[in-house]
Design a protein around this ligand. Structure first.
Ligand code: PLP
Length: 431
């Protein structure tokens, strides 16, 4: 099985965290997201423990909640000692509703609205990561109106492209996010902060990408950022106290993926931070990491009912399911690879190669192509693995499909953490 929490019981059914997927599909209907709380908590601990043990706890792991946002996930990560990243007023609202302390929230986004910034300042969010000069001006105005000083970080483009085979450090300035280093824009932004009396510049932030397996690009980002902090100290006499290195560690979607243990990733980055700081005699900064996918991705799977199997001779076999791009748009967006199983006969050999097609009115509505799968027929339960991140959070009501329920498993027992949307939910804002 792809991950150790997935097992097969005596009836040959797929189990997640000890819960039988075939029974779950019957009880809660399909499509259904199922998440394993033990896996989520273990991932939180892998990051958190290394931060405590190798960096004296001088930092914070913030769960990047765009990967999966709902009240229960904020409660879980908070109980594990993590903070949270949010990227919209809606995520911020959800986090606060769930009891995440405002000072442990980091607010990101390259295009936050005035209203969103006002909301964040009103709620005393701990760190707001500013992305452009207009935002700094808006934020200072809002902070002044409320008579507050707001803690700000600046999003920097460190010029590292981690998505190429051998990561390259180039002038990757063509991104909508952040301030570029090599054009002097980043240094100008640091200076600009000094002119705003209601902003307190806490430090710098970067995020080099997602689903990254090597640690070298993260370590290189840390070195680039600390060199820049040193340059700021030299030229402006400002010693910044915090460094936020973003998220991005990769997870295992298919057997051939071989991610490094998350704890090792963090400890490698911490080593790079220590070395870079030692090299220029810079005080060790308060460190933030923002893992999203790696906290929830491997913890989840999606259950579908097979509606029909359509074989086009000499072309391909479509396995058609009762969900699709409306609950998992990732294949349509970027050809993301997944593993699928027949949950009713999980240890039977995969003797077919299929395309899994969704129910949406789009030819591109596929969950995957060239996927090995047991021979299935209408009525079977299909499981698509490792869908805990960027599935529910990217789900839509396209074709007016109600969003599926999310069930969390703890000690083999399921509990619903998000109800399935009803048809009535779909029209509740319609006039
Ligand atoms: C998306 C994002 C993350 C999380 O990325 P993962 O790949 O899910 O770990 C963290 N920080 C920022 C700023 C992001 O945009």
């Amino acid at each position: 099985m792809l991950t150790p929490n997935l097992t097969v019981n005596a009836q040959g059914h797929l189990c997640i965290g000890g819960a039988d997927c075939v029974s779950l599909a019957k009880e809660y209907q399909t499509p259904l997201y199922v998440m394993d709380e033990a896996v989520i908590r273990e991932s939180c601990r892998k990051f958190h423990t290394v931060m405590q043990a190798s960096y004296q706890g001088n930092g914070m792991i913030c769960y990047a909640s765009k990967a999966f946002s709902c009240k229960e996930i904020y409660r879980i990560v908070h109980s594990e000692g993590l903070g949270a990243d949010v990227v919209s007023g809606g995520e911020l609202y959800t986090a606060l509703q769930a009891g995440m302390p405002a000072e442990k929230i980091v607010f990101h986004g390259n295009s936050k609205s005035y209203a969103e910034l006002e909301f964040a300042v009103t709620e005393n969010v701990g760190r707001i990561v500013a992305d452009h000069l207009t935002e700094l001006a808006m934020l200072n105005e809002i902070a002044a109106q409320q008579g507050k000083t707001v803690g700000v970080m600046l999003r920097i483009k460190p010029g590292i492209d981690a998505h190429t085979h051998d990561f390259v450090q180039t002038g990757k300035i063509d991104s909508k996010f952040g301030f570029a280093l090599e054009t002097g824009e980043a240094l100008a932004a640091v200076k600009a902060c000094g002119s705003y009396s209601n902003l307190k510049l806490l430090g710098l932030h970067c995020h080099i990408g997602s689903q990254i397996f090597e640690t070298a690009p993260f370590a290189e980002a840390a070195r680039v950022m600390i060199r820049f902090m040193q340059q700021i100290r030299e030229t402006l006499g400002i010693t910044l106290a915090e460094l936020n290195l973003g998220g991005g560690p990769g997870i295992k979607y298919v057997e051939s993926d071989d991610p490094r243990p998350f704890g090792d990733v963090v400890s490698d980055i911490i080593s790079a931070v220590r070395e870079s700081c030692a090299a220029c005699d810079y005080p060790l900064p308060y460190l933030l990491f923002e893992p999203g996918r790696s906290i929830v991705g491997a913890a989840g799977l999606t259950l579908y009912r097979v509606a029909a199997v359509k074989t086009i001779p000499n072309v391909r076999t479509y396995v058609l399911v009762d969900g699709g791009m409306c609950d998992n748009p990732r294949y349509a967006l970027y050809q993301s690879q997944y593993e699928a199983l027949c949950a009713d006969r999980a240890d039977a050999p995969k003797d077919a190669v299929v395309t899994i097609g969704g129910k949406c009115c789009e030819s591109g509505d596929l969950i995957g192509e060239h996927m090995p799968l047991q021979t299935v027929s209408a009525g079977d339960t299909l499981a698509v693995l490792a869908t805990g991140a960027y599935n529910y959070s990217m789900a839509s009501n396209y074709n007016r499909n109600p969003r599926p329920a999310v069930v969390m498993i703890r000690d083999g027992q399921p509990r619903e953490i998000i109800h399935r949307e009803s048809y009535a939910d779909l029209v509740k804002n319609d006039l």
